[in-house]
Structures are given as C-alpha cells and as structure tokens.
Design a protein around this ligand. Structure first.
Ligand code: NAD
Length: 332
C-alpha cells in the first residue's frame, strides 16, 4: 500500500492519471489541485466517493497546507503535474508561470524532503530512498526547437523558447539540484504533446474539435507546418506508472509517441472525421517564438523500462473526437 500525492490532478493529464492509478492499483490517492481555470473536478465525479481517493482544493505554494497533507496522509510518492501549462498565456502573463511552476515546485520539493528525512529515514539511508520518490512531470518543450532532422535525447541541452518552457526547465533544474545536493529520490519525465479526453479547449486539438463541431473558424498559427510528436494521454499515464515503479533514481526519461505530425495535418484529420469542410481553416499570425519542430527519442524508456505506447495517432484521435462530441458541453 502506498500513499500518493498527485498535484494538479484536476487538470487534463492529472485527472486521466488519477483514474488510471485508481483502476490499476489499490493505493491511496490524494489529489491536490488549486482548481484554476484549467482544473475541472467534475472529470473525477466517478471516483470522488471511493475510500482510497481524497480531493483537496489547495495550492502547491502553500507550505503549511503541504506539511499537513504529508503528515496526515504519510505521503510516499509525489507526482507533480500542477502547473500553468499554456504557452500563449505565458507570453501575456509570465509571472504566474514563475510563481507556480518554479516557486511551487521548490516548495513542494522542500516539504517532501523534510518530511521524508524526518519520518521515513532509518539508520540505513538506502531504505529511506527505496521507500519514497518525487516524480516531476516536465515537457519536451524544455529542449526548444529542433528544426530539420534529429531527435531530443535526455542528454540534449535545454534551450527553452517561451516563458512556459523556461519555467518548466527551471523546475527541472531544481528537482535535479535536490537530488544532487540532498539525495532526494527523484525522476523527471519529459513528454511530447498529449491529446485525449479532459483537455481544456484553449489547446490545439480540443480547440479544433470543438470549433469544428460548432462550425466556427479553425485558427491555425502561421503556415501550420509546425511539427509536434503526439502521444495519447493514456500512454503518458502508463509511462509515468513505469517511471514510478521501475525508474532509476536521479534519471530523466523522455516520453514520446513516435507520431510526428504537422499541425495543419492534425486539423485536416479532425475536419475529415467530423465530415466538415476545409474552408473553416483560418490561417492567423504566428505565435512569437513559436518552435517549428519537437521530436523525441524515446529509446531510453522503451529499452530500460520496457514501456511502449499502445495507441496509433489515428485511433487516439478518433477516441478523443468522440469524447468531445459526447462531452463538449461540460468544457470550460
Ligand atoms: P492543465 O493546465 O490541464 O492542468 C494543470 C492543473 O494544475 C490544473 O488542474 C490546475 O488547477 C492545477 N494548478 C495550477 N496551479 C496550481 C497550484 N498552484 N497548486 C495546485 N494546483 C495547481 O495541464 P496539463 O496539460 O494536464 O499538464 C500537466 C503537467 O504536464 C504540466 O506540468 C505540464 O507542463 C506537463 N506536460 C503537459 C503536456 C501536454 O501536452 N499537455 C505535455 C508534456 C508535459
């Protein structure tokens, strides 16, 4: 039995991960989420009454609250999804990204470390390290742009382009520093673009699906030829599961779907599946600093942790579109 603190568990990936873990294990799950505009607790209605699940509405920057949560629930594992996650917002309001993504992660690291040192340590330091883990959910965007050929490996230098990716890169550095300086058992995951149910409609795929359903214009940045590697959210959840249970302490793992697709192709696939017309496409001014291509080398996690994605892009996209067709009215 383990006690897992999932932060940001009412967001897109976090809520899928809460359900994934509850379906697979009997662990106690504590979901801490501030319910910003991006959180939607109704996604977890079906698990809300379970005995091994508890939701706490609160902030990862609230040190006293975190101390109480660790003490009351004797936390063994932290999976930190809580973040400001939208690149466009980071361009207009960067401060909150620094506060949540950097300060929030540091406060969470500090509380976890102090609690674990005090409550889980015994004379054999190895035992303490084998019992607990801090998993930081990061992004391939920390590597910046990789136009042309080549792939990001875990050894690629970080070179973030937006305030969002810079804040995520900074939190990764802090997580690594807590490993190097204090011996905190950590893993970092850097995943490519996710898609699937529960994603806020400000992001590319849900925006295109919901606008398309409503016969609204489909705003595509620049020439639409930006390339992203897409991973179905359930595959991201299974990768994080593998990292929690099999990841080597101190290591970073890239997670990707080997599904490189141009944004404009994604939009055309959605239009085709929904039986609409491509004249809905509206090319708009490109985002400043827009990265052209992200491409992940996932060989470390596939070889070392025996993980591989289950979903082909076509299948995952159809599942996603079907979900939005059914649940569109519940979206923020
Ligand atoms: P999201 O924006 O959908 O969810 C973020 C959640 O964090 C929300 O529920 C929000 O209420 C919560 N939150 C925000 N500030 C908080 C705070 N101070 N305290 C507690 N909770 C807070 O984001 P997402 O797409 O689910 O992404 C989750 C994580 O995965 C992020 O760290 C993101 O950087 C990372 N990631 C996302 C993708 C992707 O494609 N969406 C890809 C790779 C990595």
């Amino acid at each position: 039995m383990k006690n897992i603190l999932i932060t940001g568990g009412a967001g897109f990936i976090g809520s899928n991960f809460v359900k994934y873990m509850i379906n697979k294990y009997e662990y106690n799950i504590i979901n801490l989420d501030l319910l910003t505009y991006a959180g939607n607790i109704s996604y977890l209605d079906e698990v809300s009454q379970l005995e091994n699940y508890k939701f706490i509405n609160g902030d990862i920057r609230d040190k006293d609250l975190l101390k109480n949560i660790f003490l009351e629930h004797n936390i063994d594992i932290v999976v930190n999804f809580a973040a400001e996650s939208h690149v466009d917002r980071s361009i207009t309001e960067p401060e909150i990204f620094i506060s949540t993504n950097i300060m929030g992660t540091q406060i969470l690291l500090d509380v976890a470390m102090n609690f674990w040192k005090k409550n889980k340590e015994d004379k054999n330091d190895r035992t303490f390290k084998e019992k607990v883990k801090f998993v930081q959910i990061s992004t391939d965007e920390v590597y910046g742009d990789i136009e042309g050929g080549g792939f990001f490996t875990e050894k690629t230098s970080i070179s973030p382009s937006s305030p969002y990716s810079a804040s995520k890169a900074s939190s990764d550095l802090l997580v690594n520093a807590y490993f190097r300086t204090y011996g905190l058992p950590i893993n970092i995951t850097r995943c490519s673009n996710n898609y699937g149910p529960h994603q806020n409609r400000e992001k590319l795929i849900p925006l295109m699906i919901t606008n398309c359903i409503e016969n609204k214009k489909l705003p595509v940045y620049g020439d639409g030829k930006q390339v992203r590697d897409w991973l179905f959210v359930e595959d991201h959840c299974s990768a994080i599961d593998a990292v929690i249970h099999k990841g080597t302490i101190g290591e970073t793992y890239n997670i990707g779907g080997n599904n490189e697709v141009e944004n404009i192709e994604v939009v055309k696939k959605i239009i085709k599946y929904l039986g609409k017309n491509e004249n809905l496409i509206d090319y708009v001014k490109d985002r400043p600093g827009h990265d052209r291509r992200y491409a992940i080398d996932n060989s470390k996690i596939t070889h070392n942790l025996d993980w591989k994605p289950k979903y082909e892009f076509e299948e995952g996209l159809k599942n996603t579109i079907d979900w939005y067709v059914k649940n569109g009215t519940r979206l923020s």
